[in-house]
Design a protein around this ligand. Structure first.
Ligand code: CA
Length: 365
């Protein structure tokens, strides 16, 4: 006991003397470097929002644990420090060090950012992770954000989303004409060309907009998140599949000067904490979406519908037109689209005989 006590005291002395070690009070946690970093992370999500909002919370917790408290990240929800759609500028300008959101919110500033979240009829979560981390996607994302003083990392994935909430049935493309819908990104453009009027609203404004009739339809994420917002109280039909967001990657953005000021071990910890948060979010959705869908149907009598194949085929055709127009004046968007599309063609070939064939096989009886 005496020996342990002496050891404990000496450890505390090292930690308090400003030497190059950080040690927790009980001596159970030890890391090199004595400087403490207190950083701020702003997000596009409501604070602690299930799924999406847990991305930044988990990231912050992992960094804190792995650095033994040497790096502490305070997470702010949308509107607490900057508005939801002010995250990119706040981090780019160095007002805060970190942000968490979805890159396609910034398409107006960086066209190619669309590809790092989701593309209609594009890659699934598993395929996005493959493209980003082994298919050249991350390098392109870094290049796209370089002029904005930002370092990007993948920080979550929703998996395949739902097509959205509608107040009326969708039986043909004509039913989209004049429809006012919250649907961001390229999918919004696809719906616009199909005759709808589309808007991008942050998540926390959707419920009221549906309730007050500002929009007739809205997509958000999937059952787990949509149940939390209560969209079933203000719309009748819940449509699938999520053709428009088949596996949306969320992002962590870091101000470049802040990032460069870090020692190498903290840079590495940030990278692996992000990778961990990226996977964790998908795991949470995988575990909870089905339970939420069951509750929506059985408890709240939600009318679950599949979009007719004829509508999906038309939306796919329009998507191809939209993509060509979208990239035509932007060399970086062309470059990213080529990389994304080449990867998609290759991975589809393999997934046709692996993931898809297996899931079909499991359905046999
Ligand atoms: Ca969505």
């Amino acid at each position: 006991m005496k020996k342990l006590l002496v050891l404990g005291i000496s450890v505390l002395i090292i930690s308090c003397s400003g030497n190059e070690e950080a040690v927790s009070e009980d001596g159970s946690c030890f890391s090199t470097g004595s400087k403490t970093y207190k950083w701020t992370m702003v997000t596009t999500w409501p604070k602690n929002f299930p799924g999406l909002g847990m991305g930044p919370e988990n990231f912050s917790r992992y960094v804190n644990e792995m650095t033994c408290g040497r790096m502490q990240i305070k997470v702010y929800g949308a509107g607490e420090f900057v508005p939801a759609l002010g995250v990119f500028d706040a981090v780019s300008q160095g007002n805060v060090q970190l942000g968490h959101g979805a890159s396609y919110y910034w398409t107006g500033k960086v066209k190619s950012s669309q590809f790092f979240t989701a593309v209609p009829f594009g890659l699934t979560a598993q395929e996005m992770n493959g493209w980003l981390h082994y298919g050249g996607g991350m390098e392109l994302w870094e290049e796209a954000y370089e002029p904005f003083n930002l370092v990007p990392l993948a920080g979550g994935n929703s998996g395949v989303q739902m097509a959205g909430w509608f107040k009326k049935e969708i039986n043909s493309l004509d039913d989209l004409k004049g429809l006012k819908m919250r649907i961001p990104g390229l999918a919004g453009e696809v719906f616009t060309r199909a005759g709808a009027e589309t808007v991008t609203l942050p998540g926390n404004e959707i419920f009221l907009s549906l309730q007050q009739g500002v929009v007739d339809a809205a997509e958000w994420v999937g059952p787990y998140n949509d149940l939390t917002f209560g969209f079933h109280q203000v719309s009748d039909y819940y449509y699938y599949p999520g053709w428009h967001e088949p596996g949306s990657t969320l992002e962590i953005i870091i101000n470049k000067e802040a990032y460069n000021s870090l020692p190498d071990d903290l840079k590495a910890i940030i990278k692996y904490a992000a990778k961990s948060a990226n996977q964790e979010m998908l795991d949470e959705y995988t575990a909870r979406n089905n339970k939420a869908l069951t509750e929506l149907i059985e408890k709240h009598n939600v009318d679950l519908r599949k979009l007719p194949d004829s509508v999906l085929i038309e939306l796919k055709r329009i998507t191809e037109e939209v993509m060509q127009d979208f990239i035509k004046d932007d060399p970086m968007a062309q470059k990213v689209y080529k990389s994304y599309n080449d990867f998609k063609e290759e991975v589809i070939n393999y997934h046709r005989i692996s993931e898809k064939a297996y899931i079909d096989t499991r359905e046999l009886d």
